[in-house]
Design a binder for this molecule. Structure first.
Ligand code: CU
Length: 449
């Protein structure tokens, strides 16, 4: 039968229920049974009596099971009755003590009033809490809207600045076209022939960037920053580097060379070249983008032959340009190890970042003498310069003025020092290595973002 424990109110309820079950089970009497099965009762009265008792017991047990399920599982009657009992008892006790409250027991208490007295304060408290939450959410919403407007405003501003830079780049390109190519490229040969890669490689190119920036600002009225090409972003995610946005004809620096539009001059093998010319790296002229009509006088090798800007974008050395490759350089503990890891051939037997990007673009960019004629030269060397700066900034106290390396490839050589002169020929007065070590100071005065 039902749970024996519980309140007095529940015990009363359970007793009444038991009685009801018994009554309903025994309402069907033996006489009723005999009326239904007269022959059976007449032939074997004892067995019939036992059968009747079994059926009666079954009906009673089944009723109890059904009620048990109904009260316990469906309505949890015992708990409700026990709670009710407690409430009533509490109220009676309070009344006996003379306490009169809203929910005090009254003989004629209306259940609806009692429930309201209990639940309304709880609900009101909840309403207040939810209202407060709503107010806070509204406040947060307003703050976010304000921030959104601010960010939108900043984005517009940045977009406007980007547009200004693009416009200035266009103007600079126009002016650049006006400078006699012979002047630029003649100077290039003169300087490159005297350039000694070890030791001064990074400082010399930093000096070149400083001079280039000065030129493009003073001569071409360019007001933007010098951009760099972070090729590791492309090398990490692209199967083919030719798909990089830097080669976009509208927003970049023009695409690949078009096969069949350029032929190497017959005598290109006769003139000695500091870096051997790979005939397969001269696919064709760049036919789109801002440099499609960009005439070049130098190259292949140091031959003077007026030709188009030649490229042959390929993925041969892509692996040397990944973030991992950059990390392999920036984790080096000394400038000597760092510069070797960065420069590549002929300092190392395998390509590294420097020569890998030159070879990747191919054509003039892969030609020792005319590589500077491809505008990507500046973006590539600016990126190498940035990586050097990143390495310097890891331990600035030690690395800001750390310089090593021989002054020339072959003897007689000296070790470069901070007082070593970087020679820029007729282009600009020489600079001491010390002057370019800290990009935050004159004459550099720039930073990388
Ligand atoms: Cu280079």
């Amino acid at each position: 039968m039902f749970n024996q424990s519980g309140s007095r109110r529940w015990t009363h309820f359970r007793s009444a229920l038991q009685l009801a079950v018994q009554r309903s089970a025994h309402k069907w009497t033996f006489e009723d049974f005999a009326e239904c099965f007269p022959l059976y009762v007449e032939e074997d009265k004892n067995s019939a009596s036992a059968t009747f008792n079994s059926i009666s017991d079954y009906i009673e047990a089944q009723n109890i099971r059904d009620l048990d399920k109904l009260f316990k599982e469906d309505y949890n009657v015992q708990e409700s009755i026990d709670i009710l009992h407690k409430i009533v008892q509490d109220a009676k006790e309070r009344k006996a003590r003379g306490e009169v409250r809203k929910d005090a027991w009254r003989e004629n208490l209306n259940p609806r009033t009692s429930v309201c007295a209990k639940t309304i304060p709880v609900l009101e408290k909840d309403v207040a809490r939810l209202k407060k939450q709503l107010e806070e959410a509204e406040e947060l919403n307003q703050e976010l809207q304000r921030q959104l407007q601010e960010v939108t405003g900043e984005t517009d501003e940045v977009n406007q600045q980007a547009l200004d830079i693009v416009r200035q780049l266009d103007l600079a390109c126009e002016e650049w076209q006006k400078i006699p190519q012979e002047e630029i490229e003649g100077w290039t040969v003169e300087n490159l022939e005297s350039l000694k890669p070890p030791g001064q490689f990074l400082p010399w190119h930093r000096g070149l960037l400083i001079i280039y920036e000065r030129f493009i600002r003073n001569e071409c009225h360019y007001k933007g920053p010098i951009p760099y090409w972070d090729w590791s972003k492309d090398a990490d995610r692209l199967t083919h580097m030719a798909n990089s946005s830097i080669f976009d004809p509208a927003t970049g620096f023009g695409g690949d060379g078009v096969a069949g539009t350029y032929s190497l001059p017959e005598n290109y093998t006769l003139v000695p070249s500091r870096v051997p010319i790979n005939p397969y790296a001269w696919k064709g002229c760049v036919k789109d983008g801002p440099f499609a009509a960009h005439p070049i006088v130098l190259g292949p090798g140091k031959l003077v032959t007026k030709h188009c800007l030649v490229r042959d974008i390929n993925d041969t050395y892509k692996e040397y340009l990944t973030t991992n490759a950059v990390r392999n350089a920036t984790i080096q503990p000394s400038f000597e190890l760092f510069r070797i890891e960065l420069e590549g051939r002929p300092v190392t037997p395998t390509p590294k970042m420097h020569d890998a990007a030159h070879v990747l673009v191919g054509g003039d960019m892969s030609n020792f003498y005319s590589s500077v004629a491809d505008p990507l030269f500046i973006l590539h060397h600016a990126n190498l310069d940035r990586i050097w700066w990143v390495w310097q900034q890891i331990k600035p106290a030690k690395r800001l003025y750390e310089i090593t390396g021989r002054s020339t490839v072959a003897p007689p050589y000296t070790d470069v020092t901070l007082d070593f002169d970087l020679d820029f020929g007729a282009l600009a007065p020489s600079l001491k290595i010390r002057q370019v070590m800290n990009i935050h100071e004159a004459p550099a005065c720039y930073t990388y973002v």
